[in-house]
Structures are given as structure tokens and as C-alpha cells.
Design a protein around this ligand. Sequence first.
Ligand code: CA
Ligand code: CA
Length: 369
Amino acid sequence: MNFLRISICLYFCGLSIVSSAQIWPGDVNNNGITNNVDLLWYGSVYNDKGPARQPGQQGTQWENKNLMDLWPNNFPNGVNHAFGDCDGDGEVEFEDAFPIILNYNKTHNVVTTDVFNQGIEGINQPLFLTSNTSQVIEGNPIVLSVNLGTEALPINDFFGLAFTVVYDPTIFSPNFGGGSFLLDNNSWIGSDIETVDFFIQDPVSGRVDVGITRKNNGNVNGFGALGNFFIVIEDHVVGLQEPSIETQIWLEDVKLLNDTLSETIVFADTIDITILNDDIINFTQNEEFSKLKIYPNPANRNIWIESKNQVIHRIELFNSTGYSMENFFQQMKTNESIELVFQSIPVGIYFLKITTTEKIITQKITISE
Ligand SMILES: [Ca+2]
Ligand SMILES: [Ca+2]
């Protein structure tokens, strides 16, 4: 990502300016609210330059900033490109995404709500979630992959995508999304140096807003996975007395735009997850885990993993808030087993994500003294 700050505004300072405007840093489309849609507008003018705001009118604080000198170009709806320069220094660069996060969901004046269109299943390109498992035991994590388009319904002209994941906050712990939405480093929408993304979680209402945009480097075509959520089920789901309970995670408020802000209507899908009651279901009876033996658990500094008829490609460790701890352990392999040695890791609850030939398996482990 571009951390360079280029303060070249003099180039445009001789332009004849005919009018001024009021800007609230982060509300790039100037509809009265700052949200993930503003990231797509920002991305579409990435690297654009124009007159900097007056020194007293620069900065990211949520207040009315005077924009005395408009930039040469406007967005399709007539809003000036200077609104993409959230900090007002005269260039739309990486740092201008921060005010969108800092001022997220803040409003000013009259809000003209962003319009989100829901497509038709089988006709419009889908945005959908896939899970590494259809059943998960209380207290354990799952990995949800976010996918856009299919081979039959691929995406043409992808530039930016905004969407919201909605879940039941009584079932998923506050860890949902807490540092855990990871855009694939090199997916079909571009590498991490070609894109800017963020997510904002509201754990009370159970919503995660995601914004992803390419920078000012043109559209791409394709389909498939964009990234994934690593999420954790509550240790004890409130009201779960039965052996299992069904819950849904759904996607809504989707906006897919190209670099001229033309929209492609998307069908936003839902996914069903079955939560198994850990008081009733014996962990070892789970068919997926029976192919792997992980011991001892709780562990101190060493854990062994034995696999039956499954080749393990990758082992990752996450802490209880979903942060990857990959540099905190060593692997030593033999023909039959893998020994994990945890060196400087604090005592606590962790999750192992094990990628085999067949699937991704996650298991909670406890590291003790
Ligand atoms: Ca806005
Ligand atoms: Ca700027």
C-alpha cells in the first residue's frame, strides 16, 4: 500500500476557480453519511490531484470544512473530486481512507440514503459465503470465505465492492470480524498493493460492513474468493438446550461499482450454519476431527498432530480475537505426525486452522504453563 505522501499542489494552483463547497471529511459522495460506499468513490479518484484546502480547513476531524478551490473534475453526480481528498492536502492518496474509518456512520445535514439493489438468484452475479464446515461445535471457530461471481456468472468491470455481513450476535462471540476479515493477498481482484480495504464491526447489532476498492488502476474481470472471515461461536450459546441449532448469516447492502461508478446489480445470498451443543455432542464423534488426532489439549509448549489419510498443507495459529500468530511456533515433521513447538506464546485459548487436501479444519486449543 502506498504510504508515500506527495504534497504537490502547486501544479493546479493557477486554475481559475469559480465556486466553493462545504466538505465533511470521509463523506466522499456527499450524501450526508460516511460509510463503506464512500470508499468506492475514493478509490475511483485515487492519485487525482488539485488545490489543497486552506491550512485551517485541512485535517480529518468531523466538521464542516470549507473548500474554496474546486478541482478540475467531478464525479458522475456532479460532486467534485476534491471530496475524495478527505484530509485536504491536495492529493487523493492512501491516507484519505482513514477519515472514512474515523468518521464511520457519522452524519451531517440531510442524509440521502445510499440505494442498495438486491439482484435475482440465478440471473444476477452472486455474492455468497462458503464455510469450511456446515456444522460447528459451541466455542469453536469457522472460516467463512467471501465469494463474488461464478464461472457461469462472472464479474465484468470490478473496481470496488461494499457489503454488510449480518449475523445473530447471541450466537457469534464479539470476535466476529474482530481483526479477522482478511482480503486474499493476491486474489482475482488484485494484489494487496493494488487494493484498499477495511471492515467495521457493530457487535451489538451483529453487523460487519466491508469496503474494498482497487486504486486508480482500472477494472478487472473474474470470479471467486475475495477473502475470509475467521469467526468464533460463543462458548455457551444462550438458549441452546437441544443437540443443535440452525443459524443464518446473510449478506445485504451490496454495491458493486466499476471505475466510472456504474453499478452491477448483485444477488446477495445467505448461508445456513448448524451449531452443535458441546454438552451433548462428543467432540471426538465429529467425522472431520476423527481423521486428525491433536494432543495433548490442554498443552504446555508442545502439541502433536497425527493425520489419517489426509495430507496437511498448512497449519496456522490464531489467538482468541482472530489475529494470526504464525510466527509464534515451529513445526517439526515426521512421516506420521507434526510436532508444534510454542516458544514465547502467552498462556491462553488459541485456535489451530489446519488445511488438508480435503478441507480446512479448525480446533480450539489451550496453552497452559
Ligand atoms: Ca457518503
Ligand atoms: Ca489527501
